[in-house]
Unconditional design. Sequence first.
Length: 759
Amino acid sequence: MNEPQEQMQFTAAERDLALRLFTQLREKTAAALHADDERQVRQHLMAAIEQGQVKRDEFGLNPVVSSLQTALLAVDEIGLRREAVLAIMLHPCVDGGQLSIDEATTCYGEAVARILRGLERIKELYRKNPVAEGNRTDFIRLQGENFRNLLLSFAEDMRVILIMIADRVNLMRQIRDNDNVEARREVSEEAAYLYAPLAHKLGLYKLKSELEDLSLKYLETEAYYHIKEKLNATKAARDAYIERFIKPIREKLEAAGLKFHMKGRTKSIHSIWQKMKKQRCQFEGVYDLFAIRIIIDCEREEEKQQCWKTFAIITDMYTSNPKRMRDWLSVPKSNGYESLHITVLGPEQKWVEVQIRTERMDEVAERGVAAHWRYKGVKADASGMDEWLKGIRQMLENTDDGMEAMDQFKMELQDEEVYVFTPRGDLMKLPGGATVLDMAYYIHSKVGSACTGARIRSADSRSVGDTGRLVSFRQELHSGDQVEILTSSTQRPKQEWLGIVKTSRAKAKIRLAIKETQQKEALLVKEMLERKFRNRKIEMDESVMMRTMKKLGCKEASDFYRQIADATLDVATVIDKYIEVQQGDKAPVAEVHSAEEFVLETTSGLKAHANDDVLIIGPDLKGVDYQLAHCCNPIYGDQVFGFVTVSGGIKIHRADCPNAPELRRRFGYRIVKAAWSGKGDSQYQITLRVIGNDDLGIVNNLTSIISKDEKLVLRSINIDSHDGLFRGNLTVMMSDTARLESLIKKLRTVKGVKQVERV
């Protein structure tokens, strides 16, 4: 029996906050709670606290207070009720061991227990340290397995991921002034690459924007506050313009007898930052800083009519931009989002985005998939969420590569969608970038496996008598295309098809078809091999055959049989190698020499990239091959990090690499810590950019500085002179950053040199 642990102490402020939050939750969920729920939750929480089974997290936050904050957020922003709220509040008890899942089932029901099971499974993933020990292969496998478990946890019950999103939003709010900078960075990166896209996919746009803004605040602080200050400085002018814009619209809509309300919405800081980067402009260059939202109050059967009526009134008043028209009213997004988006030219020749929707549509837009549960009696399949979850489950069942699962899942979270038609006029919705082959597999696995191409009639070129153009199954689809899939009875799925399709559904079906084909081929090859062995009067031994496969470079039996089926491995070669291995088993034992003559070859630390300096990746991870990234050319002494590539290797980048922000934003789960540990005699190639006056002898002065240092080697020099100025790149071999800084200081002392910087 475990000894009782020290009880976690509540501060006075935490106690007051916890009581206030509990009261608010009770008021908002009282109608949904069962008679004994409140009393039992209080008992379990108090018992867990008194027995010391509730501990503060790595940020020093009180988990009971955090769970109450998360529960309130889930109620207010997502609309979750009894089962989810109880699971959130009870999770500290389950996590500390005071309450078991079976006990939760008895006390609160199977639904609460199922959510708790999913939350605990995710919590367990965060407890694990996948890089604590083992080689690179183990590291990748553990990462992938953790990710698969995470997806499976929420695929079982959608409320698990809704709670995780709410929990991450709350955590991001609470760690604003926390001193644990590294942990805050990791939490922010994960929020940006996983939870924000998930919130978007599930239609939780408000929470998605908050996650993105807070991530930007913690990861790129200067950019965040620069935009925030600009927004504050222009707020008065922006509000005045919005009022001038909406006043005549309000009058026209009221005259038309519409019931509505309007509001102006400034774009999120993260959205503005992305536009600044994409358009390569300053804050002032982003023209659509805000949007106007018109929310109509009407009956369900009048929604489309009144939205289009509003659309007609606005486009009569202001010139619209047809290229920026978005009709998610006729064809909602896969997450159920419905709205009309138009961009019109307002006063002072400024473009303004106007969003037109109803009260019901606005609730779905704010609360996403959770709002659909409220309306599921009407148009239950309005969102493609069930179809999306089905595709995710298929991907998990048929994908063994964890890193590929992560990348594929990220692709599934993208916002863009294309809408295409079958020859009969049926509408199909696919992710942006989907190909003809994706569509074929979406129709049916047999259609996909037999697909050879398609006949496409584009929306902008469709006319009477137009039969369309023939395209390969690699062709990317565009909205409005009418697609006729072409098939052949002789077509078979191939491994390279996995690189053509974009959807997890198609990838899963291709893998399954290839696996079935390979199993059939393997049986045929095995029978043929046994026949050949019998013809040569050789008795086949399974253990000898397995060693023969390894000698021939085949890691798996499936690879071995596939190479024979593809004729890349000759049967005669297999038999000869088998005999060689078999005879080797009977060879005499080699002579044993004394221990003095035995030399053990070892390497210290990690294998370096063509040098003997030592890098430690992760918590003392050993035996990992790595390469130095060419985009930033790190050298000994640089602050660095590791990036796990799709092939499984690790690329080492400088912390200030120009690609680092994008890598952290898009692929945060592939980032691993790295640091220089041991110094050898390695030489690194670095390039310096030098700018200066084109004075007589200045180049000689630069090169002489390098040549005088015997530990520096000048590899190349490239000088371009124009209008009395020269720009040059010097490529030098050196050992570390200390020598680099010393060289830069010396070069800057040369008369006429204006700038020296590392490329």
